[in-house]
Design a protein around this ligand. Structure first.
Ligand SMILES: [Zn+2]
Length: 114
């Protein structure tokens, strides 16, 4: 379990997908930097795009095969863009929470969109 059932409901899936897509929609080719959410309540937690990705991962693990395949297809496309638009953090193991999750091993901080 990555984030607990509290965050996982149909609305949360949509919200997480929208948030992930919005993060990656920044124009141009400059690197993007995920940022910590200012607060951890349900309403604000998606401010951290990495949390949105956590939610999607958890939902994909819980969904039955067919809806999971549909969601996975969308998430994989966004993942590819995320890898292109963010930079690897060479010190992720020391300074990122849950560095076993690849989307949390990217450089973060600063203002979103650079
Ligand atoms: Zn809040």
């Amino acid at each position: 379990m990555l984030s607990g059932d509290y965050y996982v409901c149909p609305g949360a899936t949509d919200g997480a997908l929208r948030r992930y897509r919005a993060f990656l929609q920044a124009p141009g080719r400059r690197p993007l930097y995920p940022q910590d959410a200012e607060c951890s309540c349900r309403g604000c937690s998606l401010d951290d795009v990495r949390h949105a990705r956590d939610v999607l991962e958890e939902v994909m693990q819980q969904l039955p095969t067919w809806p999971r395949a549909q969601l996975e297809r969308q998430v994989r496309e966004l993942d590819a863009r995320y890898v292109e638009r963010t930079l690897p953090d060479p010190f992720a193991a020391e300074r990122q929470w849950r560095s076993d999750l690849w989307w949390r091993c990217r450089l973060s901080g600063g203002r979103e969109g650079g």
